[in-house]
Design a protein around this ligand. Structure first.
Ligand SMILES: [Zn+2]
Length: 340
């Protein structure tokens, strides 16, 4: 059983096994045989972990949209509070963009979500129920459409009680390229989506082996399934290690992932979810009045980048990070010039 204090090497082994179990050379594209195969593997694994159906009598939640059949896999890990509190959600898409393994996109995130679920069930970690959402059809041509698995879930399959908060992942299995020493970076978008969420970010212990940088969703845009929740005003975290040279390529294979980094992200997610679990997250705000996270972002960037930060700032002519404008300059430079 997966314990929160399970060793990194044990967790890494589980993560590798889960990634390899759905990384076929022929991929998991919607409508292809590999898609149904991956879906069956994941369904069995979720049942074995102890996920219960979210609605009806099966974790498998098929839907039809625009003449195409899809399947979301939605399970629940019951929390200690029973039905009294709104549930949290952890989610990742399992479809692939091409007929290839697509390990980082997005088998890695699926494997991490499964390991989080396994730790939660084994240890009754949360007060709230945890919805484990393995979404279909995130990739083009469904991306951001009504047929996108997360959009369909939020519009048609989600219960009226909604979700308290969502933690979504995409592209979280690889080392960040470009700047030596920054391979272990992981970016967390969405901390700005609710004034209380900073607490879950700041107080959650960050594993020593990870560099955790908080940054605004508008810097990267709605590049994954968190879009469905952001648009509905659900407080969310979106974790990603950004693009790399194997993005949407046949070379995105399981052997190129960093399973120890993924194990650290499992632990980070468990800490984030513990923090979120304890927050009331009243809906007394609007999406237009996103909260001010400048100080928190600067602190997180300083901690994440360490001694590399002054050097990087020097390269772009910014003396130090002190304002939103400074962060804008830094993020723009990171995105364009430094291979991030
Ligand atoms: Zn993709």
């Amino acid at each position: 059983m997966n314990q929160p204090n399970q060793s990194v090497s044990e967790l890494s082994t589980t993560l590798r096994r889960d990634v390899e179990s759905i990384c076929f050379s022929y991929g998991r594209k919607v409508g292809r045989p590999g898609h149904a195969e991956a879906e069956a593997v994941l369904l069995r694994r979720m049942e074995a972990i102890g996920c219960r159906p979210y609605a009806g009598d099966s974790i498998r939640m098929p839907f039809r949209s625009g003449e195409q059949d899809f399947v979301n896999l939605i399970g629940v890990i019951p929390g200690r509070a029973g039905a009294g509190k709104a549930p949290m959600l952890i989610g990742a898409h399992y479809d692939s963009v091409i007929d290839a393994p697509c390990a980082d996109d997005n088998a890695a995130a699926v494997a991490i979500a499964l390991s989080v679920a396994e730790a939660a069930v084994g240890n009754c970690l949360f007060e709230r129920d945890l919805i484990v959402a393995i979404f279909d059809s995130e990739e083009p041509p469904y991306f951001l459409s009504d047929s996108m698995g997360s959009n369909y879930f939020a519009a048609h399959q989600m219960k009226p009680e909604g979700v308290h908060s969502a933690l979504i992942m995409d592209l979280v299995g690889h080392d960040v390229p470009g700047v030596p020493g920054l391979e272990s970076l992981v970016f967390v978008m969405g901390v700005e989506s609710h004034p209380e969420l900073q607490k879950a970010f700041t107080y959650a212990p960050h594993p020593e082996t990870l560099k955790v940088a908080a940054t605004l969703n508008r810097y990267v845009g709605d590049m994954s399934d968190h879009s469905a929740f952001r648009k509905r005003g659900v407080p969310y975290f979106f974790l990603s290690c950004g693009h790399w040279q194997h993005y949407h390529q046949t070379t995105d294979t399981p052997d190129r992932l960093n399973y120890e980094k993924m194990a650290a992200i499992v632990k980070l997610n468990l800490n984030f979810l513990r923090g979120m679990d304890a927050l009331a997250l009243a809906r007394s705000y609007t999406q237009e009045t996103l909260c001010d996270t400048v100080a928190m972002e600067i602190a997180a960037l300083e901690q994440a980048f360490g001694p590399a930060l002054p050097m990087l700032l020097g390269r772009i002519g910014v003396r130090s990070l002190a304002s939103r404008n400074d962060i804008d300059c830094f993020v723009r430079a990171m995105k364009s010039g430094l291979g991030l």
